[in-house]
Ligand binder design. Structure first.
Ligand SMILES: CC(C)(COP(=O)(O)OP(=O)(O)OC[C@H]1O[C@@H](n2cnc3c(N)ncnc32)[C@H](O)[C@@H]1OP(=O)(O)O)[C@@H](O)C(=O)NCCC(=O)NCCS
Length: 350
């Protein structure tokens, strides 16, 4: 993602070894910060607190304070980004094992790749789960700069904030229900449907009615819609291909397909939803859950681990290019009143 090229096998080997090595040096206070939070705290709170805590190690902050030519900014940024990316799977697995597996932690295996290691440290050593985790880590990496987590990371980084500050800000955005938290909400929505209907294999008509009821009660159907895409999200499609290949009979996958059959039509009929098609979140949780990672609250955190790849690569480019501090234009109250027609007598009499 940094170079715009697919890596060779040697590149992958170099990167995997480098990240496994860098992941050994996580400052102990990152874990202390996590341990100070209640186990019931949402994984995104624990994840973000640990990311921020690790900024004590920022190469960029140290180099900047020491005095540095701005054309060299990218170098300590690169080091910090590499450290941070390498450490996220360890932090995420720690939070997962702390909350859901009785604090039985599993050490990193330096012979494994980054995503395979995440599955391993979470306690899943089958090749299938490692393969799923690799897919999950690829599809959730940033796909363009305008989404909330990517843009926030870039915006905060534009103040020359270090990679930990910048990424942590982006993760606060990812935790919103219209963004990364949608994957957890999809699962809650599916679970509630199955509970209400008293079956894990409802008829397609029942699914349609349930979806319509959600819409009629003024709520969004999670996992559907997108600010930019106007078709089925290709990240949904590759995950569906994976599911069809390896676990076509899993009840949750069947349910995902039934939802796909009825929801675009329901959303399309509203006449206002610009993209009635499924996004990445419509299926990701069902895949994880079908493979035994059944704790919905960790799904957004796993999304966050992956997202680091794209948004942090962008931060290095921001420094290389010396991009300026971001400052959107703002308007005063008068402008706003005029726009909404408040001071306009004609509008008021309508
Ligand atoms: C992704 C999302 C936030 C994009 O928002 P957006 O760019 O404003 O989307 P649109 O322009 O199509 O929205 C127009 C209207 O359709 C509604 N809409 C969009 N997606 C909808 C959905 N999945 N269910 C119900 N209503 C939806 C919006 O809430 C908005 O309603 P309003 O005019 O009453 O406020 C939106 O589609 C959504 O809330 N999806 C569900 C959450 C989700 O899956 N998020 C993950 C995205 S990757």
């Amino acid at each position: 993602m940094l170079l715009g090229e697919l890596p060779t096998k040697d590149d992958v080997k170099f990167l995997s070894e480098s990240w496994a090595q860098r992941a050994q040096n996580i400052p102990p206070h990152a874990f202390d910060v996590i341990n100070a939070l209640p186990k019931s705290a949402h994984p995104m709170i624990q994840f973000n607190a640990a990311i921020l805590a690790m900024s004590t190690e920022s190469h960029f902050r140290r180099a900047y304070l020491a005095g540095m030519d701005k054309k060299d900014y990218w170098d300590p940024m690169y080091e910090g980004v590499m450290d941070l990316i390498s450490r996220l799977p360890v932090i995420a697995a720690y939070i997962y094992r702390r909350g859901f597996h009785d604090e039985q932690y599993i050490d990193i295996d330096p012979s494994l790749d980054w995503a395979g290691n995440l599955a391993h440290m979470m306690g899943f050593d089958s090749e299938e789960v490692k393969r799923l985790m690799r897919l999950y880590m690829v599809v959730h990496a940033d796909h363009e700069g305008g989404n909330v987590s990517a843009h926030t990371t870039h915006l905060v980084g534009s103040a020359l904030s270090n990679p930990y500050y910048s990424f942590s800000a982006g993760m606060n955005g990812l935790a919103g229900p219209l963004h990364g938290m949608a994957n957890q909400n999809v699962m809650n929505w599916l679970q509630r449907m199955m509970d209400e209907l008293g079956t894990d294999s409802p008829t397609t008509e029942q699914v349609r009615e349930y979806a319509q009821k959600t819409l009629d009660s003024g709520r969004v159907i999670p996992g559907y819609g997108h600010a930019v895409l106007r078709k089925t999200d290709p990240r949904f499609t590759v995950q569906l291909d994976f599911a069809n290949k390896y676990i076509p009979e899993a009840p949750l996958i069947k349910l995902v397909k039934q939802v796909y059959e009825v929801v675009p039509d329901i959303l399309g009929r509203t006449g206002k939803v610009k993209n009635p098609w499924p996004n990445v979140d419509a299926i990701s949780g069902s895949l994880l859950s079908s493979y035994g990672i059944t704790e919905y609250p960790v799904y957004t955190m796993l999304f966050g681990v992956s997202r680091a790849l794209g948004v942090l690569a962008q931060l290095i480019w921001d420094r290389l290019y010396g991009l300026p501090i971001e400052r959107p234009k703002s308007q005063n109250l008068e402008w706003f009143m005029e726009k909404v027609g408040f001071n306009n007598p004609a509008a008021e009499t309508k």
